[in-house]
Design a binder for this molecule. Structure first.
Ligand code: OAD
Length: 239
């Protein structure tokens, strides 16, 4: 059995946020140079915004999809993949991120609760499509051929995140919960730590600052994700 500072660890749930990809060069949302400082989320990331001005929303996500080509995974993504390789299915990795850096860092299983930039959803046939390139209101669904029915496969404000049943099942039986690079202001993800605490889990936060929900964590590791995640994973693998 593994342990962390003497606490037994069998099943781990990890939640990542924008901070895990920051050192790869992707902007977070709420830091001073963050995406929501430059764009009003209510004009971009809601079903109402898409209905009002779809081209603006397509352009925003096209630009972010294009940006993925210029970035590479960092040591935090790679360390988490290493942890998954060692623990197998006992590590459940949830990300709020819509980038593909966990996968490119080697993770085989990633639960994308807020959707993915490299996916579009057809509102006619309801199929999610793996995509690359740019989309607009004239694009056709590759599956059913309908025109103008594709939307970014992103969970917008007011929509229900993906995989919630599986996530809560995993939280209810984990003995270590680790939140990495997330501000803890967006629910339901911000409430996962309380669910893990109710299950009796040890809780650890990794953030370069003190988050909104820091008080719910037994342990705070203040520093960059690349440094702190690599150190945490090394500790778990050594024990
Ligand atoms: P935020 O931008 O709200 O928070 C990013 C967090 O990462 C902050 O707490 C930073 O202190 C921390 N951080 C930044 N750089 C870091 C680094 N190098 N190492 C460690 N920590 C670092 O991003 P999220 O919490 O992911 O939803 O935001 C949650 C959701 O809000 C997103 O998924 C997105 C957004 O609206 C959708 O778009 C659906």
């Amino acid at each position: 059995m593994k342990n962390l500072n003497g606490f037994p660890v069998n099943r781990i749930v990890i939640l990542t946020g924008a901070g895990v990809s920051a050192e790869s060069g992707l902007a977070t949302f709420r830091d001073s140079d963050g995406l929501w400082e430059k764009h009003d989320p209510m004009q971009i990331a809601t079903p109402e915004a898409f209905a009002r001005d779809p081209e603006l929303v397509y352009r925003f996500y096209n630009a972010r999809r294009r940006q993925l080509r210029d970035v590479v995974p960092n040591d935090a993504h790679r360390a988490l993949a290493q942890l998954q390789a060692a623990f197998g299915a006992d590590v459940f990795l949830i990300t709020q991120n819509v980038d593909d850096l966990h996968e490119r860092g080697g993770s085989k299983q990633v639960c994308h609760m807020h959707g993915e930039l490299n996916s579009m959803l057809c509102r006619a046939c309801c199929q999610a499509q793996a995509v690359s390139g740019d989309y607009d209101g004239r694009s056709r669904c590759p599956e059913c051929g309908e025109q103008g029915t594709l939307r970014p496969d992103i969970v917008w404000f007011g929509e229900v995140p993906y995989h919630m049943e599986t996530i809560f099942q995993r939280l209810r039986r984990c003995d270590l919960f680790v939140a990495i690079g997330t501000s803890g202001v967006v629910y339901p993800a911000a409430g996962f730590v309380q669910e893990a605490l109710a299950a009796g889990a040890r809780t650890v936060e990794i953030n370069k600052e003190v988050s909104e929900v820091a008080g719910f964590f037994h342990e705070q590791r203040c520093g960059t994700a690349t440094r702190e995640v690599a150190a945490l994973v090394a500790e778990l693998l050594d024990n």
